[in-house]
Design a protein around this ligand. Sequence first.
Ligand code: ADP
Ligand code: 5GP
Length: 188
Amino acid sequence: MEPNAREGHLVVISGPSGVGKSSICRRLVDDPRIEMSVSATTRPRRAGEVDGKDYHFLDRDEFERLIQTGGLIEWAEYVGHLYGTPREQLERTIDAGRIALLDIDVQGGRQVMEHYPDAVTIFIDPPGGDMAVVEQRLKGRGTDSPRQQARRIERARQEFQQRGFYRHRIANDDLQTAVEDIRRIIFQ
Ligand code: ADP
Ligand code: 5GP
């Protein structure tokens, strides 16, 4: 199957923290036609994360320089840290005829919608549309301080309110089903 030319080659995945975006994206990139966009961030690296693979971990000065030189197609502040999509990798992916997959927050998603109206935008809903499931996961994750957890939960609720901006909505009740639903959207 060829990617749908009308839809373009940019796929945005957004959704509340803990809903399963990274898990979904990890499976989607098993397909050689799809390449994950590696974001820049000022967030400290979590155990197990690899610089250049999970994120480009930058200090605030380096990140601000990227903004000033037009090196990011979008960027946003998320619970105290900056996150952005590097332009160079994205253009390389698209020029090579591949699909660029972006796991970004709703602020970033809305910037992409404005600049790339053909982008395929997908919001991931929690199981049964119930945010309580996601909130329990965030509390149990252990990677964030209680204060960070509370801020992420608050932010997750705000993001959920904005789900209507996305062209597609997929519930992540069952991971494999969600991945298949998304593959169908991308290669319809
Ligand atoms: P996000 O990237 O949106 O923050 P993650 O992919 O890190 O979310 O997933 C958060 C947690 O939920 C992980 O422990 C992951 O294994 C789990 N998870 C993801 N999808 C499902 C699912 N469909 N059913 C049960 N657990 C899931
Ligand atoms: P985390 O800290 O859990 O890895 O990510 C926090 C949030 O930042 C998630 O919603 C994730 O989708 C978002 N994010 C990751 N990279 C980017 C990016 O490049 N731009 C924007 N706007 N958000 C991002």
